[in-house]
Design a protein. Structure first.
Length: 163
């Protein structure tokens, strides 16, 4: 599985990558791209829309926030970034920094946005963040070249034939 591909990956690029990977006989190579779903509140799970009037504070501790930043550039009015190291364990001091940065932002339609991965690490602060407009942006992996069904079938066949 080749993940995080450009959604406009061409057949020629796909074939070149498959040659580089050199799958064994009987192996298949699938390509997926990242799609972002509707954000939801970290505690209440109520969804929100991000529009060209939304100002977001992006709080992230992921290795590569570039696709997420590009998505926000395209879908929001503006965003500010608080980037922590990959796998960052959030502290109460981090919460204070997030709150300070958020309160310094202008505009009526302000939110704090984080990834699903980081949301798991922020949930421990439930009582501190319950009133915050803190939303989680879920990620979905979409198969390219219409191969979702082929992938699903290969998994089902493997399970059926597993000994």
């Amino acid at each position: 599985m080749v993940t995080k591909c450009d959604p406009l990956l061409s057949i020629e690029e796909k074939e070149k990558l498959v040659k580089e990977i050199r799958p064994e006989k009987g192996q298949s190579v699938f390509f997926t791209t990242i799609q972002y779903d509707t954000p939801y509140h970290i505690l209440t799970r109520v969804s929100c829309s991000i529009t060209d009037e939304t100002s977001a504070l992006l709080v992230t501790g992921i290795a590569n926030p570039v696709p997420l930043k590009a998505w926000l550039e395209k879908h929001s009015k503006e965003y500010h970034l608080l980037q922590y190291a990959d796998h960052h364990i959030f502290t109460i001091d981090d919460l204070k920094e997030i709150k300070r940065k958020f309160e310094g932002m202008e505009g009526a339609n302000r939110i704090i946005l984080t990834t699903e991965k980081d949301a798991v690490r922020l949930l421990k602060f439930g009582s501190e963040i319950k009133e915050w407009p803190l939303y989680v942006l879920p990620v979905r992996h979409d198969f390219l070249f219409g191969e979702q069904q082929l992938f699903d079938q290969s998994v089902q066949d493997f399970i059926r034939n597993f000994k």
